[in-house]
Design a protein around this ligand. Structure first.
Ligand SMILES: [Zn+2]
Length: 172
């Protein structure tokens, strides 16, 4: 089965778009974990889906915040199979990055993000790159399929001329 889940990227879901940075910053790590889980697996109402085989029958190890697929036996975390999988960041920081990035009207620089999240520049750089890539790729797909939602988001350098023109005409 394909690793890519059907439908829109979770970073462009309503949940991600309406994520409030202030709310995220008030969350405990546990609450942030629940919020990320609900965001990532919104299609199943927050129930974990195996990133390897797509199975929804999953054991949950609550204490370690890990899941195990009943079908293929692979263990996974809430970030496995996402662009945040290799990041050793608290989930709250990841959520904050999403709130800043997805809701920001202008592209957020890695330097700004490293200051905002109080993480190393390199960490912020990799994260901004991955976020731009994920959001940019998804927006390109949506352009092609004609289901563009214009919300004023602009990621510097990632909107090509034809795309920009199309967005402009949609607004007008
Ligand atoms: Zn599986």
């Amino acid at each position: 089965m394909s690793r890519k889940q059907p439908g829109q990227h979770f970073l462009l879901s309503t949940g991600a778009r309406t994520l409030s940075l202030a709310k995220v910053l008030r969350m405990s790590e546990g609450a942030a974990w629940e919020a990320f889980k609900a965001l990532r697996w919104s299609a199943t109402g927050g129930d974990p889906v195996c990133p390897k085989c797509g199975c929804v029958a999953v054991y949950t190890y609550t204490a370690r915040k890990l899941f195990k697929c009943k079908a293929c036996g692979s263990q996974f975390s809430v970030t496995s199979g996402t662009i945040f999988a290799s990041r050793k960041l608290p989930i709250r920081d990841i959520l904050a990055a999403i709130a800043i990035f997805v809701n920001g009207a202008k592209g957020h620089s890695a330097l700004q993000l490293s200051r905002d999240l109080d993480v190393q520049y390199k960490t912020a750089f990799v994260m901004t790159h991955k976020l731009r890539e994920a959001l940019g790729a998804e927006q390109a797909v949506q352009e092609l399929s004609g289901t563009v939602e214009v919300d004023g988001a602009y990621f510097g350098g990632y909107v090509s001329r034809p795309t920009a023109r199309k967005i402009g005409s949609t607004v007008a």
